[in-house]
Design a protein around this ligand. Structure first.
Ligand SMILES: CC(C)(COP(=O)(O)OP(=O)(O)OC[C@H]1O[C@@H](n2cnc3c(N)ncnc32)[C@H](O)[C@@H]1OP(=O)(O)O)[C@@H](O)C(=O)NCCC(=O)NCCS
Length: 323
């Protein structure tokens, strides 16, 4: 059985850090409110002129290097982003050029905060069907460009960053002992379209727009959908929750992560959380959390890692992988 195995990983966070206190100097909020409602302490923000493709390229180059390979070994780039450099072409095409890659194909996917999970699922399909041998999956965002910095209900929640993994096709036994992606489940329910959106875009307005959100509605769906898709992955794999070594959820809000922990009845020590330092980096949040826990030695080769996300659309889903 063909499996898509994660063989490299990389990340990039812009240098500038904006603390909650920095924000409370500009708008009517406080460090205490933000921490208590979200767990967020700070966020990274891209420098002027720094593009989503710059963040993505830095993370991707690191992922290729960590696998001991070069761009010539990569067949495809799948870039999850909601903050493309331009309306078109795909930012993935620009990343391909910036990496110096002159072969294969590259495209973007727009599944917002579920983008990395959708991207892994696309890469899994490309690899299993033989369309590509090695696929880079990148989540990269410059959320700071689409925030209304006067709206305290949204601007405190998001940050910029990028994370990437390189996947390679390998032959496995078809059991859960295999390395690689074991299950992928993705979902969309467009009835949630207006609960979280950017109120601009080429066909509806001349503007790029800003993030608008019904926070309570999104919170409710986030807990429900992320917990459900995690349980679906566990059931589909035939494993028990206790056998999962690490949960790497989308990093939107510590209270959402805590609520998922309760639903899954798993101890919080098994959850990777970076929301305090990164805030919500949308498509980049899972690969940033994953690479942090691999980098500090928590997640080790052979570990079972369950990733799940929920985002605007609504979109949601999960991927269970053995590193
Ligand atoms: C945004 C969120 C933190 C707000 O928390 P909440 O408990 O629902 O708070 P409410 O929206 O009910 O607001 C409560 C009060 O705090 C105020 N408030 C909102 N943002 C604030 C801020 N940054 N600082 C201080 N006060 C704030 C509101 O104006 C409201 O005041 P009021 O009672 O006088 O009207 C929460 O709804 C949430 O996390 N939702 C999910 C968001 C998310 O993760 N989105 C991305 C998913 S991919």
């Amino acid at each position: 059985m063909r499996r898509a195995r994660i063989i490299g990983w990389g990340r990039y966070l812009p240098e500038a850090v904006v603390s909650n206190d920095d924000l409370s100097a500009r708008i009517d909020t406080s460090d205490a409110w933000i921490r208590q409602r979200t767990g967020i302490r700070q966020r990274h923000v891209a420098a002027e002129g720094q593009l989503t493709s710059d963040l993505a390229t830095a993370a991707a180059a690191q992922a290729i290097e960590s696998a001991g390979l070069t761009v010539d070994d990569v067949d495809a780039i799948v870039l999850a982003t909601s903050t493309p450099d331009n309306t078109y072409p795909a930012t993935a095409a620009r990343v391909q050029a910036k990496l110096g890659m002159t072969r294969g194909f590259a495209f973007d996917i727009a599944a917002v905060c579920s983008g990395f999970i959708f991207g892994l699922t696309m890469a899994d399909s490309l690899i299993r069907t033989g369309q590509a041998g090695r696929v880079l999956v990148i989540g990269a965002e410059t959320n700071s460009r689409i925030l209304d910095w006067t709206d305290r209900g949204t601007c405190v929640l998001f940050g910029d960053g990028a994370g990437a993994v390189l996947l390679q096709g390998e032959t496995g036994t078809g059991t859960t002992a295999d390395h690689g992606l074991l299950t992928c489940h993705i979902y969309t329910d467009g009835r949630g379209y207006d609960a979280l959106k950017v109120d601009g875009g080429p066909s509806s307005s001349p503007l790029v727009g800003h993030v608008r959100m019904d926070g309570k509605e999104v919170f409710k769906h986030a807990v429900q959908n992320m917990a459900d898709s995690a349980l679906t992955a566990i059931a589909a794999s035939g494993l028990t929750p206790e056998e999962i070594d690490w949960i790497v959820p989308h990093q939107a809000n510590q209270r959402i992560i805590d609520a998922i922990g309760k639903r899954l009845e798993l101890p919080m020590e098994r959850f990777v959380s970076t929301v305090a330092d990164h805030a919500n980096t949308s498509a980049a949040s899972i690969p940033l959390a994953l690479t942090e826990a691999i980098g500090d030695g928590r997640i080790r080769p052979g570990d079972l890692v369950l990733m799940q996300a929920m985002g605007a659309g609504f979109t949601w889903g999960s991927v269970l992988a053995r590193l």
